[in-house]
Design a protein around this ligand. Structure first.
Ligand code: PLP
Length: 365
């Protein structure tokens, strides 16, 4: 049966902003400037103002943003980078592609976020950086990670899922040395294609990032270092500029929907609803259940989509086997068995949340 309630519906957001998005796209198409032009510059300024960070360097994806951040920090062969094993693969992939070794660390099963104690135990004299992922939109405690790893180790914040999230009024992305963002269409701020950005308060790091995203070049045809071709195009920048002023309102809607889910699920035996904390932007609403697979089957039978983010811990993935021999991360492994993400997007109707929760209740009776 095809899903009547999708996990994500991007058409509703497009319909609401259709005229503005199409006008922005036509403006770019007619301008003759398609890569790294005035739209990109204006977007970078707008992102910097919203985040409260001096330097935003856009690029082609959130994965490239991580690669650029690590390379700008000087990470390379012989270094070790701490990465959580419960997240999308990009942080481990970016670390490995610099020639460094990803070192997998565990999460706190109550928050799904990197566990500072697991970081403390994993630090060695080769550790250069730790990637703190603000997973599912929940701000991680960067100060606790900093305390655990010490001041010499760089903190890279992965904000791919946390655009607009805050801790005590301060945006995620502003706590570490450098932060990466993704504008993949499904993200809280999503383009109509791939896109990303790196942000930092450090002007020298920003200068290196600008060169690295453009073939290691500050001046055309002068290459000081090996870089990437990782530039944002004007079409995506113009579309993101239309969406940027709406993100706070969208995140508020996500928060209300999450509260509605939790209200309905918290009395449900066998379900662990995610905790609501201030500043959370609910990229995903992810619960834990020992009967996760039965739950997912019931939802599918009732025409409701759900997803397992993430089914296989990164230290158990084939691609990362060489860095994971003998690694055991109990919280990550258990969460991968029990986690289930429910439909979440700002335009989701509260009545549909109620139908989803009723289906979950059926699976548990
Ligand atoms: C936590 C995390 N980091 C990085 C990325 C990579 O972003 P992109 O898909 O834009 O390369 C993603 C994308 O799903 C992500 O969820």
């Amino acid at each position: 049966m095809s899903a009547t309630i999708p996990i994500l519906d991007l058409t509703a957001q497009y319909a609401a902003l259709q005229e503005e998005i199409e006008a922005a796209a036509v403006r770019v198409l007619r301008s003759g400037r398609y890569v790294l032009g005035p739209e990109v510059e204006a977007l970078e300024a707008g992102l910097g103002a919203m985040l409260g960070l001096g330097h935003v360097v856009s690029c082609a994806s959130g994965t490239d943003a991580l690669s650029l951040a690590l390379r700008a920090l000087g990470v390379g062969p012989g270094d070790e980078i701490l990465v959580p094993a419960f997240t999308f693969a990009a942080p481990a992939e970016a670390a490995a592609l610099t020639g460094a070794s990803p070192v997998f660390v565990d999460i706190d099963p109550d928050t799904f976020l990197i566990d500072p104690e697991s970081c403390r135990a994993a630090v060695s004299d080769r550790t250069r950086a730790v990637v703190v992922v603000h997973l599912f939109g929940r701000p991680a405690n960067v100060a606790a990670v900093r305390e655990a790893v010490g001041p010499e180790i760089a903190i890279v914040e992965d904000c791919a899922q946390s655009f607009g999230a805050k801790t005590a009024g301060q945006a995620t992305g502003t706590f570490g040395q450098v932060a990466s963002f993704s504008f993949f269409p499904s993200k809280n701020l999503g383009a109509c294609g791939d896109g990303g950005a790196v942000a930092t308060g450090d002007p020298e790091l920003a200068e290196r990032l600008r060169a690295l995203r453009n073939h290691g070049s500050r001046q055309p045809y002068h290459h000081e270092t090996l870089g990437l071709n990782s530039r944002l195009d004007e079409l995506q920048a113009a579309i993101l500029r239309v969406k940027l002023p709406h993100v706070t309102e969208w995140n508020n809607k996500r928060r209300l929907l999450a509260e509605h889910y939790t209200e309905m699920l918290q009395q449900q035996e066998g379900i662990r609803a995610p905790e609501s904390v201030e500043g959370h932007v609910w990229h995903q609403y992810t619960l834990l259940s020992p009967r996760r697979d039965a739950l997912q089957e019931q939802l599918a039978e009732d025409g409701m989509e759900s997803r397992v983010y993430y089914p296989i811990p990164l230290h158990q993935q084939e691609a990362y086997a060489q860095w994971a021999s003998g690694v055991s991360l109990p919280a990550t492994e258990q969460v991968c068995q029990q986690c289930l993400s429910l439909p979440m997007f700002p335009e989701l109707q509260p009545a549909l949340v109620e139908r989803i929760c009723a289906s979950i209740a059926r699976a548990h009776t």
